[in-house]
Ligand binder design. Structure first.
Ligand code: 13P
Length: 280
C-alpha cells in the first residue's frame, strides 16, 4: 500500500527542493498512464478528483480505482479532492478514502475562509487526511472572485500572515496571476508576490493552473517555494488528441491506447520538469 497524505509528499518535495504534480484523473485510462509514468520516474504523485468528475458522479469510482492501483504501487500516492466546495463534499471524499482534501474558501470573506478551513481540518484530522486551502483568486473558471487591492486577483501577504496565524493547514494555494485552462499568450505570474508570500508562509505553497505554463516559469516558481503543481486541462487535451487521432480505426483498444500514450508522454514530461532542483 503506497497511499499517503499530502503533508507527507510535500515534506519530501521540500527536502528535494522540487514540486509534486497533482494530475486530475477523469477516467481509468488517465489513471493507468499516470501510474506508468510516475512509477518509471520513481516519483510521488497526487491524483486529484475535480468538480467536473464529481458532477458526473465519478468521485467514489475514481477513488476506488486510484486506491486499487495505489495498493500495488511502489510510489507514494495521494488521493486528493480538488477545489472542495463544502464540508458535505469534504465528508463524502473522506468517506471514499481520500488522503487529502482541498477546501476552496477563496470566494468567501476572509473570516469565513478561515472558519471553513478550520472545520475541514477537524474532519480531515479525524480521518488522517491532509488539508489544502486557498487564498487569492485563481483566474479562469474562478474569475468572479476579487480582492480589494490594486491587483485584485493576487494573494495578499497580510492575508497569508493572518491565515497562517489563525489556522494550520498542510498546503496553501495562492493566486499569483495563474489561471485554470490554457493561457492566452504567456502567463503573467507575479514572482515578486510569490517570493514575498513564500518568505512568510509557514506551509508549502501550491500553484493551480499548471497547464501551459512554460518550463522556465515552472522552474522559477519551484525555486520560490511552490511544492505542488496542478495540471488538468493539458491531461484532458492529451487524452482527447490521442483518441481522436486513432478514431478512424474504429476499434476500442487501439483508440484507448492512443489516448493513454499521449497522457503518458505528457505526464512523464511534467514529472521530469517538476523534479527540477531535486537533490539526489
Ligand atoms: P489547469 O486545468 O489549468 O491545468 O488547472 C488545473 C488546476 O489548477 C486544478 O485545480
Amino acid at each position: 500500500m503506497s497511499l499517503c497524505t499530502l503533508k507527507e509528499v510535500l515534506s519530501y518535495a521540500k527536502d528535494k527542493k522540487a514540486a509534486i504534480p497533482a494530475f486530475n484523473i477523469d477516467n481509468m485510462e488517465i489513471i493507468q498512464s499516470i501510474f506508468k509514468a510516475s512509477e518509471e520516474e520513481e516519483y510521488p504523485v497526487i491524483l486529484a478528483v475535480g468538480q467536473a468528475a464529481i458532477r458526473d458522479g465519478r468521485m467514489a469510482l475514481l477513488a476506488a480505482a486510484a486506491r486499487a492501483f495505489a495498493e500495488k504501487s511502489p510510489i507514494p500516492v495521494v488521493i486528493h479532492l480538488d477545489h472542495g466546495q463544502s464540508l458535505e463534499q469534504v465528508r463524502m471524499a473522506l468517506d471514499c478514502g481520500f488522503t487529502s482534501v482541498m477546501i476552496d474558501g477563496s470566494k468567501l470573506p476572509f473570516g469565513k475562509n478561515v472558519r471553513i478551513s478550520e472545520e475541514t481540518l477537524k474532519l480531515a484530522k479525524a480521518a488522517g487526511a491532509s488539508v489544502e486551502a486557498e487564498l487569492g483568486c485563481i483566474l479562469g473558471v474562478e474569475d468572479d472572485i476579487s480582492h480589494d487591492d490594486n491587483k485584485p486577483f493576487l494573494v495578499r501577504t497580510e492575508d497569508v500572515k493572518a491565515f497562517n496565524e489563525a489556522v494550520t493547514v498542510d498546503a496553501l494555494a495562492v493566486g499569483i496571476g495563474n489561471a485554470h485552462g490554457i493561457y492566452k499568450g504567456l502567463p503573467n505570474l507575479d514572482f515578486e508576490r510569490l517570493s514575498e508570500v513564500n518568505d512568510i508562509s509557514k506551509v508549502p505553497l501550491v500553484l493551480h493552473g499548471g497547464s501551459g505554463i512554460p518550463a522556465d516559469m515552472i522552474q522559477k516558481a519551484i525555486s520560490l517555494g511552490i511544492r505542488k503543481i496542478n495540471v488538468a486541462t493539458e491531461i484532458r487535451l492529451a487524452y482527447v488528441k490521442g483518441i481522436t487521432g486513432a478514431v478512424e480505426c474504429g476499434d476500442f483498444y487501439p483508440i484507448a491506447n492512443a489516448g493513454k500514450a499521449e497522457v503518458y508522454d505528457l505526464v512523464k514530461g511534467k514529472i521530469q520538469l517538476f523534479k527540477n532542483g531535486m537533490v539526489k
